[in-house]
Design a protein around this ligand. Structure first.
Ligand code: GLN
Length: 489
């Protein structure tokens, strides 16, 4: 079985036609993980017995002629999703002993669909980071160039899909953590509209921004999986009820007359010339398929990084106050009284970046500073959202770079948090506005590192975004490239 060349559609057909069983498919992926995980660091937990027993159950279901598009398909899950009976760490020492007693909504959806949990993927601690360097479990290496980061925070899921250790992976995006690592690893990723995917059981970072989504080689694969994930869930107060949608049907719709908005602010100085060149070529592909380019303005986009780095830490400081060593998670061994137990457990359990965010968050929410920072940031957030809505009066989709550069080297930005934060400059606005966004592969730089093209649509336009991405992928083969085939892995 050649795992390099497949689509979810063909895997599903192979399972239905009994070309291979889910057990065989799962075994093939587990073998591949065993071969490559020590080098890449994609997975925190694999549990072959558990995965194979799910696979056998899927085979039984398929033998009865039952099941849907994902029955028997192995899926890697970011270790931010609680999965019953699985160690669920969120990349932190704080949860390094936490075996979840329940399933997140996302995990439940996949389980009910008959998908197989292939393992739990590495990530920046509590999803805070852009390089996967903050994980308690060590870094993930970019499969294209191991001295380079895979991006973050969903670096494990992205590298696993890129190296074809999984055909599909879940991930989350608070400020770019699906799109940025997808770009750095040369795969496709979708962050749905805020509220489309329930956050129940998804470990909270910044609740007004967090959104679960998917990573896979192609947009067609994402469309194949997305229907399983979206839908109303009463356990998440921000879950949105929408009529059921088939994301596969509109994939082949024409790009003729499509109006592509190019935000002036996304094409200026600060974008690596090689990234800019790849993007220009991608836009030419769209033009050749009948799309029109329109320049648009997002006047407040330079404020998205400062606004995010007030709001996200504020929400994080509140969300992470639950980790106190009392009920679950890391507890210090030595302490005098209760206060000291809590203080020491938090001091030992959290890493430096998480502590930095908690401190910033507590500061901007404190009496006397709340109005100046937190409230002000909320006001600017609204302006950023309005910029997008105005831009969508002139175009159907926005396009630009996912990131200013391709994957940087380990250590390049780790010592300077502000440099790291600036690598999210093109992704954060989407979260502040609650919009759906994608990143798809659009070529390579001179070092053989992938370039990501970002697509941003109006609220609830996932089906259209997937079709627009698919149109490009029918004319190009960047999404089909696999590290190690001609390139150095
Ligand atoms: N890199 C951003 C941060 O560090 C976004 C992370 C995310 O989307 N989870 O907060």
């Amino acid at each position: 079985m050649n795992l390099d060349e497949f689509s979810l559609r063909t895997l599903c057909a192979g399972l239905r036609e009994r070309t291979f069983s889910s057990e065989e498919l799962t075994q093939a992926y587990l073998q591949r993980i065993e071969q490559h995980n020590a080098r890449l660091g994609c997975f925190i937990t694999v549990d072959p017995e558990r995965s194979l027993s799910q696979a056998r159950a899927a085979d039984a279901r398929l033998a009865r002629g039952e099941g849907g598009p994902l029955t028997g398909i192995p899926v890697a899950h970011k270790d931010i999703f609680c999965a019953e009976g699985w160690l669920t760490t969120c990349g932190s020492r704080m949860l390094s002993n936490f075996v979840s007693p329940y399933d997140a909504h996302v995990i439940q959806c996949f389980n009910e669909a008959g998908a197989v949990i292939l393992g739990k993927t590495n990530m920046d601690e509590f999803a805070m980071g852009s390089s996967n360097e903050t994980s308690f479990y060590g870094p993930v290496h970019n499969p294209w160039q191991p001295a380079h980061v895979p991006g973050g925070s969903s670096g494990g899921s992205a590298a696993a899909v890129a190296a074809r250790l999984a055909p599909l992976a879940t991930a989350t995006d608070t400020g770019g953590s699906i799109r940025q690592p997808a770009a750095f690893c040369g795969i496709s990723g979708i962050k749905p509209t805020y509220g489309r995917v329930s956050r129940y059981g998804m470990i909270a970072f910044a609740s007004s921004l967090d959104q679960g989504g998917l990573m896979a080689p192609s947009a067609a694969d994402l469309a194949w999986g997305l229907g399983t994930l979206v839908g109303f869930d009463e356990r998440d107060a921000t879950s949105v009820a929408r009529p059921a949608e088939d994301f596969n049907a509109p994939l082949d719709s024409s790009l003729e007359g499509l109006r592509i908005g190019l935000p002036r602010q996304y094409f200026g100085a600060g974008v690596d010339p090689e990234v800019a060149r790849a993007l220009e070529e991608a836009l030419r592909v769209y033009e050749s398929r009948g799309a029109r380019l329109v320049e648009v303005d997002l006047p407040h986009s330079d404020l998205s990084v400062p606004v995010y780095y007030v709001l996200a830490p504020a929400e994080a400081s509140s969300n992470l106050s639950r980790y106190d060593g009392v009920r679950y998670g890391w507890r210090a061994q030595q302490y005098g009284d209760l206060n000291e137990m809590i203080a020491r457990s938090r001091a030992e359990g959290f890493g430096a970046e998480v502590k930095r965010r908690i401190l910033i968050g507590a500061y901007v929410l404190s009496q006397g500073y709340y109005d100046a920072y937190y409230l002000q940031a909320q006001r600017v957030r609204r302006l950023i959202q309005q910029d997008f809505l105005q831009a969508f009066e002139q175009c159907d989709v926005l396009m630009g770079p996912t990131t200013p550069s391709t994957a940087f080297r380990f250590g390049d930005k780790g010592s300077d948090p502000v440099q790291m934060y600036l690598s999210d400059i093109f992704t954060i606005g989407v979260n502040l506005a609650g919009l759906p966004g994608m990143s798809i592969p659009a070529g390579f730089d001179g070092q053989g590192l992938p370039v990501g093209l970002q697509l941003i649509g109006p609220h609830f336009s996932e089906a259209r975004l997937l079709a627009i991405a698919h149109g490009y992928q029918q004319a190009t083969d960047w999404h089909a490239r696999v590290p190690g085939q001609g390139e150095k892995a």
